[in-house]
Write a protein that binds this ligand. Structure first.
Ligand SMILES: [Zn+2]
Length: 425
């Protein structure tokens, strides 16, 4: 790849709007950043390189979505409508709804179908500047289907300009065929599924849903033990619906992150701080299930626990394909500040993946993965609701996405208005 200097830009290299460089330049060699700083300080050796003008755009590191369930079969839009029309959870479950319906649809879908449906959700994330994403298994709940999900996640990473990190979440829910035998299922997860999937190179980390409606603390610890034996990092869906002590357990296993955390207590916060475990907050799920218990933001701040935000993209509780929407929800619902949410989808999210060395920050000798935004201030990234903001997405120094030019066709809108006019008006 050829050498290039990007210039005429305002740089926010660490995702913190309090640390910016106006009129900056970025020199890229072989896909990595060779130099960055104020344009007037550009060393002479780079001045001769070809220059690309970014028109005064704000530039941040590419975004990182560190918690998603992006690969699954079907969706739950009908169930959403039924609930709004008054159906109870029990009625929906009797009609075969809930997570069981996603498990069934995921088991039935082949890899091509899963790939196509996940790609349709991935593309909007990429077009708003996501350069690294975590994708979990957990809707197969048996070896072949969990494997299929992870293979599709890997295939997405090969097809699209994004780094995909896979997480084995076999302990997401109890499959119907193991009803009443949760310990036997955890045996299968730990002794058969995880070692075989790890052996195939399909697992970057291991996750557990530790909750009254998920798995117990003891079962979660068995999964962590199995992961540790394979040298795989762990993370946990913890303290979402009740305080179980899952975050403290995660900290004992030096988890990359503990996620959700609405019911987290101060002892758990302290344990996370000491272990360096990132707090991943998921405002999309909080919003969608109309949760009212707020995560302990002030405790996390006071103890200096890094906070990340993610979409939790999934069919049941967060059918979101926008990480920027999470910035807005994080600010409005959790009262996080703009610097907190921006670092929450860059630096801190990269750390939650265990890849703070590669993603979430722009610095010399790191990949030139960045986004040029069509905004006047960085606060706009958290302010707009649903407005496309990425003008250009660059990966390893190469432009991989530019905002599409307007496709409006003149004349059509006026005709449509005429035909929609109510009769007799
Ligand atoms: Zn989740």
């Amino acid at each position: 790849m050829s050498d290039l200097v990007w210039h005429h830009l305002n740089l926010c290299a660490r995702g913190d709007p309090n640390e910016t460089i106006a009129d900056a330049a970025l020199a890229v060699r072989d896909g990595d950043i060779a130099w960055l700083g104020a344009a007037r300080d550009l060393p002479r050796e780079f001045a001769r390189w070809p220059h690309e003008d970014l028109g005064g755009a704000w530039v941040t590191p590419s975004l990182v979505d560190c918690h998603t369930h992006l690969v699954y079969g079907g969706d739950r839009a009908d169930e959403f409508a039924q609930r709004l029309a008054g159906a109870s959870y029990e009625e929906i479950a009797r009609r075969g709804g809930g997570i069981v319906s996603t498990v069934r649809a995921t088991r039935e879908a082949d890899e091509d179908a899963l790939f196509a449906s996940a790609a349709a959700r991935l593309e909007p994330l990429l077009s708003e500047g996501v350069g690294a994403i975590e994708i979990k298994s957990g809707y197969g709940l048996e070896f072949g289907s969990e494997r299929k999900m992870l293979r599709v996640a890997r295939a997405l990473g090969r097809r699209y300009p994004v780094s995909v990190y896979t997480t084995f979440l076999g302990a997401h829910a109890l499959p119907p065929e193991y009803a009443g035998r949760a310990d036997a299922y955890i045996d299968d997860v730990c002794k058969r599924m995880l070692p075989a999937l790890a052996d195939e190179g399909l697992v970057d980390a291991v996750d557990v849903f530790c909750e009254r409606i998920g798995f117990t603390l003891g079962q979660s610890e068995r999964v962590f033990e199995a992961a540790t034996r394979l040298n795989l990092p762990v993370k946990m869906h913890a303290e979402q619906l009740s305080l179980t002590g899952g975050a403290a357990l995660s900290a004992r296993y030096r988890a990359l992150s503990a996620d959700h955390l609405e019911f987290l207590d101060e002892a758990g916060v302290q344990a996370m701080k000491e272990a360096g475990t990132v707090a991943v907050l998921l405002p999309g799920a909080y919003y969608f299930i109309r949760e009212t218990q707020l995560p302990p933001i002030d405790l996390l701040r006071r103890h200096g626990v890094p906070i990340a935000l993610a979409t939790d993209s999934n069919p049941g509780t967060s059918p979101s394909t926008s990480l920027l929407a999470m910035l807005n929800l994080g600010c409005t619902l959790f009262r996080l500040t703009v610097p907190e949410v921006l670092q929450g989808v860059t630096r801190h999210a990269a750390r939650a993946l265990g890849r703070g060395d590669r993603h979430g920050e722009l610095a010399p000798n790191r990949p030139a993965d960045f986004v040029a935004w069509s905004v006047g201030t960085l606060s706009e990234l958290a302010y707009w609701m649903g407005r496309p903001l990425a003008a250009r997405v660059v990966r390893a120094g190469a432009t991989v996405y530019t905002a599409p030019a307007s496709r409006w066709i003149s004349g059509v809108a006026a005709d449509a208005r005429a035909s929609n006019r109510p009769k007799g008006a």
